[in-house]
Design a protein around this ligand. Structure first.
Ligand code: FE2
Ligand code: FE2
Length: 179
């Protein structure tokens, strides 16, 4: 059962996420997309979970704004399909930093598994804007710029919450031993 961080709805089985699930179902089952489960993104969140988070919030916002919610959901799921851990992948001579080059890698990987529309392509390659200098061309691309940061904040929040919980538990255990 998958859920976007911060959402209470199961993507596969809840009525509220039915349309969203329908839009991305084929991608969730794709081997290349599933490979993202092997790579850590923000702290304890995997690339797969991060992409699912961006996909879901992208979908919700674009639907609300009357934009292309289906393409927003699909591009969100593919936007970080770079398939390496940037922490232990040294940059080769002449290569741009990970933050600037991974959107293009994600696009190339996405194109290996499906046809990517112009709008989806723009969302994937511009999601790091303004770091990637070219201006986004579509409204959906501006949305993904925001949802990517929003998802990162949620993921960092989950990590910090977990740390605090552990510290509190350790403190409680130490207090029990003393008493
Ligand atoms: Fe990214
Ligand atoms: Fe991202």
């Amino acid at each position: 059962m998958s859920k976007a961080i911060g959402s209470r709805y199961s993507i596969e089985s809840s009525k509220e996420a039915e349309e969203f699930y329908h839009y991305i179902k084929d991608l969730l089952d794709n081997d290349t997309v599933c490979e993202m489960k092997k790579f850590r993104h923000h702290y304890s969140t995997t690339c797969y979970q991060h992409c699912l988070n961006v996909s879901y919030y992208n979908y919700l916002i674009c639907r609300k704004l009357g934009l292309d919610a289906k393409k927003a959901a699909r591009a969100g799921l593919l936007h970080d399909l770079y398939l390496y851990d940037w922490r232990d992948t040294p940059r080769k001579k002449g290569e741009k930093p990970h933050g600037m080059r991974h959107p293009q890698i994600a696009l190339e990987n996405a194109k290996q598994i499906l046809d990517v529309s112009k709008r989806e392509e723009d969302m994937i390659v511009k999601h790091m804007w303004p770091l990637t200098l070219k201006l986004p061309r579509y409204a959906e691309s501006y949305v993904i710029v925001v949802t990517d940061k929003y998802a990162a904040m949620l993921e960092i929040g989950v990590h910090v919450k977990g740390k605090i919980k552990n510290l509190t538990r350790r403190g409680d255990n130490a207090a029990k031993k003393v008493s």
